[in-house]
Design a protein around this ligand. Sequence first.
Ligand code: PEP
Ligand code: MN
Length: 342
Amino acid sequence: MVFMIIVMESRATKVQIEQVSKRLEEKGFQVHLSTGVERTIIGAIGERTQATQDLVETLPGVEKVVPIAQPFKMASRQFKQEPTIIKVGGQSFGGSQLQIIAGPCAVEGRSKYLEAAQAVKEAGATMLRGGAYKPRTSPYSFQGMEREGLEILAEARQITGLPVVTEIMDPRQVDDVASYADILQVGARNMQNFFLLRELGRVKRPILLKRGPSATIEEWIMAAEYIISSGNPEVIMCERGIRSFEHYTRNTLDLSAVPVIKNLTHLPVIVDPSHGTGKWKLVAPMSMAAIGAGADGVMIEVHQNPSEALSDGPQSLTPENFARLVIKINKLYKMLKTDEGQ
Ligand code: PEP
Ligand code: MN
């Protein structure tokens, strides 16, 4: 199987694009269109022969045919040059807005969650987080409030008006979780759950794809490729730290992944400095570093009483510390954006 991209001339007509797609389909190719501002690119998956390539190159409106050697295709910058902008509610990832997703690791109870949601909103969070299904290392640890948790999340969205991000773990629950949440999060442990990824390809919700704790950048992009090639182009990448020999921090936050993903793909990328470090004191400096590296947002765990949190207390900020951080983050982001504009 190969993937080739057919770069159409900028003045190619709709009819010409359709003709090329039709010829490719007749030759047994699966065709995906990427309609850019400047030009359309046709991605074709199938058995490439020199004869097909020669034929396509002669069709009207075709500028050139380029086989893609990289293992990831539809996620690649070659396939789509403009950055993908993902709209959620009135907000967006990958454009000129910084998203600050905040909330506790897990939904622990109705009034507690609604209070936390209100507090992070007042502090300047742009979206809410909270797990209803928790992927815990131990089967004896708190596993989440499940459906009740989803209902609480939906109520929090209604009260605050902020979109809600929550983790999906089971391919059988995709539609169910999607009916409550605005963005579905694939946790680090499930990054290579290919059945889940394929199911998420057919859902009409953006996917927040966390990097696996021992995944290379290429493996991570291939996971995004599963979702995109299954029909859902709205993937937000999230760096959350990888496993290394270092034990002072819970994970090693790989901030170089941010510009690497931006170069290799057209997808938005955010950073989770909470899981990335495991220590609340490191969350502020690494949030600033993430924004400096070009991230489109951060995801931060916040708890009213971190020492009593049912999960991830040591890496959770209090609402007060979170409020202070938001001021700093927004200042830095504004400064960098103004600089870019000059
Ligand atoms: C989380 O966001 O609460 C979580 C479990 O994260 P990760 O999958 O990155 O460990
Ligand atoms: Mn957590």
